[in-house]
Design a binder for this molecule. Structure first.
Ligand code: OAD
Length: 265
C-alpha cells in the first residue's frame, strides 16, 4: 500500500477520462474499502468484521435488546479505533472532487465520519454515524466527537441511548434514501469505491445512475456485481487509484477550460 500509481497506468481511454472530467454532476458511493487504508477493517472477506464478530449479537435491534452492554462495548471499541485513524488519500481526493463538480454528493455506507474529516461537505450517511447517539424512547439525536464513557450511555430523560446507525433488519431513513436516489439519478458520473455492493438499497444506487444514462466507474480491490455493468472497473487500492485518476482528470482539456486560473495544474 502507499504505492504511487502513475496516472498513465490506469486502464481508461482518453475519451472516458474526458467525459468523467467534463461532467457537471457527479457522486461517489463508498463502502468500507475506502477506509481500509486508514486501518479500519472491512466487513466481508478474510479478516473482515463479520468473520470475527456475530452480527446478530452486535448489529441487530434484537441483539441490542438482549445485551445493550455488549453492543455498547463493541461500539465504544470501534469509536476508539476510528478516532485513532486518519483519512487516507482516497478520502482527500473525494473531498477535492467536490470543488470540481458543480453538483456533487458523497453517498457513504460508512459510519466512521472519515469523509467529513477529510473535508467533504455534502455527505449522505446511508447507514448513520457512530458519532451520533439516539434516545431509544423519544428518538432525540445527540452528536459527539469522542467515544462514549459510561456504558450504556443515557439520555437526559433517563432512557438508554443507542448508536444512530442502521442495523440489520432496520430500514434506512426515508429522507436519506430519497436524497441518495436523487443524487444518483442526476449524476452524469458515479464513482463506486470500496464496496462489495451486496447490501441494498445502497447497491441499487449505481444502477439508478446507469439507468439514468450516467457513467459508472468502479474502484475496488476485487470484482463485484458492479463490475458487470460499470463503464470502467479499476482494480486495486482506492488510496492509490483515486489519486492517479484525479491526476489524469486534472490534465484534461475540459478540466483546464473550467479552471483556467488555477496555477500548477
Ligand atoms: P464490505 O466489507 O462488504 O466490502 C468492502 C469492499 O472493499 C470489498 O469488495 C473489498 O474487496 C474492497 N476493498 C478492501 N480494501 C480496499 C481498498 N484498499 N481499496 C479499494 N477497495 C477495497 O463493505 P461494504 O460494501 O461497505 O452495513 O458493506 C456494506 C454494508 O455491509 C456496511 O455498511 C455494513 C455491512 O454489514 C451495516 O452494518 C448495516
Amino acid at each position: 500500500m502507499g504505492r504511487d500509481l502513475r496516472a498513465a497506468d490506469l486502464d481508461l481511454s482518453e475519451d472516458l477520462v474526458n467525459r468523467i472530467a467534463g461532467a457537471r454532476s457527479a457522486s461517489v458511493l463508498t463502502g468500507a474499502g475506502v477506509s481500509a487504508e486508514s486501518g479500519i477493517p472491512t466487513f466481508r472477506g478474510a479478516g473482515g468484521i463479520w468473520e470475527k464478530y456475530d452480527f446478530r449479537k452486535l448489529a441487530t435491534p434484537q441483539g441490542f435488546r438482549e445485551d445493550p452492554q455488549l453492543v455498547w462495548e463493541w461500539y465504544q471499541l470501534r469509536q476508539r479505533e476510528m478516532l485513532k485513524a486518519s483519512p487516507n488519500p482516497a478520502h482527500y481526493v473525494i473531498a477535492d472532487m467536490e470543488r470540481h463538480y458543480q453538483e456533487f454528493s458523497v453517498l457513504t455506507q460508512n459510519i466512521d465520519g472519515m469523509h467529513e474529516r477529510a473535508g467533504s461537505n455534502n455527505v449522505v450517511e446511508l447507514h448513520g454515524s457512530i458519532w451520533r447517539l439516539r434516545c431509544v424512547r423519544d428518538g432525540l439525536v445527540t452528536q459527539t466527537d469522542t467515544p462514549v464513557e459510561e456504558i450504556p450511555p443515557l439520555c437526559q430523560c433517563g432512557s438508554m441511548l443507542r448508536p444512530d446507525v442502521v442495523w440489520f433488519g432496520e430500514p434506512l431513513s426515508e429522507d436519506v434514501v430519497e436524497a441518495a436516489s436523487r443524487a444518483a439519478a442526476s449524476s452524469e458520473v458515479m464513482f463506486v469505491v470500496g464496496t462489495s455492493a451486496v447490501v441494498y438499497p445502497a447497491a441499487a444506487l449505481p444502477i439508478i445512475t446507469k439507468n439514468s444514462g450516467g457513467l459508472v466507474i468502479e474502484v475496488n480491490a476485487e470484482p463485484t456485481d458492479v463490475t458487470t455493468y460499470a463503464d470502467a472497473s479499476l482494480m486495486g487500492f482506492a488510496g492509490e487509484i483515486l489519486p492517479a485518476l484525479w491526476k489524469r482528470m486534472r490534465r484534461t482539456e475540459s478540466f483546464m477550460k473550467e479552471h483556467p486560473f488555477i496555477p500548477n495544474w
